[in-house]
Design a protein around this ligand. Structure first.
Ligand SMILES: [Zn+2]
Ligand SMILES: [Zn+2]
Length: 126
């Protein structure tokens, strides 16, 4: 069984994901930029039922009509995004204990990226 673990900056929020990860990608939408304070956020989706939070409870903030984002109320790290009713949870790849295990293979909202940012997604299928 594959297992991915991660945490927020202070370690208050810890998670374990045992499902198969899918769609590792960069997002440069304006919402991700504001949420993170960074020009790009990398995301990977896990089956929601396979992710266990075994530390503190994430705080939820609704960022749009259909999506909530979870963060640590102690250190402020953004950890995940969750669409209402979805069976998938998007984990911010920067919170993974080993960020090298997955490689972003696409970029969402490239048109919203700062003009000075160079993002290079790796097409793993070619
Ligand atoms: Zn924290
Ligand atoms: Zn985004």
């Amino acid at each position: 069984m594959t297992e991915y673990t991660g945490s927020c900056l202070c370690g208050n929020i810890r998670y374990r994901a045992t499902g198969e990860p899918t769609f590792p990608h960069f997002c440069t939408c304006h919402m991700c930029q504001r949420w993170s304070g960074a020009p790009v956020v990398s995301w990977v989706d896990f089956p929601l039922a396979s992710v266990v939070f075994d530390g503190g409870s994430p705080t939820l903030h609704r960022t749009c009509e259909t999506t909530q984002r979870g963060f640590c109320s102690v250190c402020g790290s953004g950890v995940f995004a969750l669409d209402d009713g979805s069976e998938w949870i998007s984990i911010a790849m920067g919170t993974l204990d080993d960020p090298d295990r997955l490689v972003p293979e696409a970029q969402s909202f490239p048109e919203s990226a700062p003009t000075w940012l160079k993002v290079e997604a790796v097409d793993v299928n070619s």
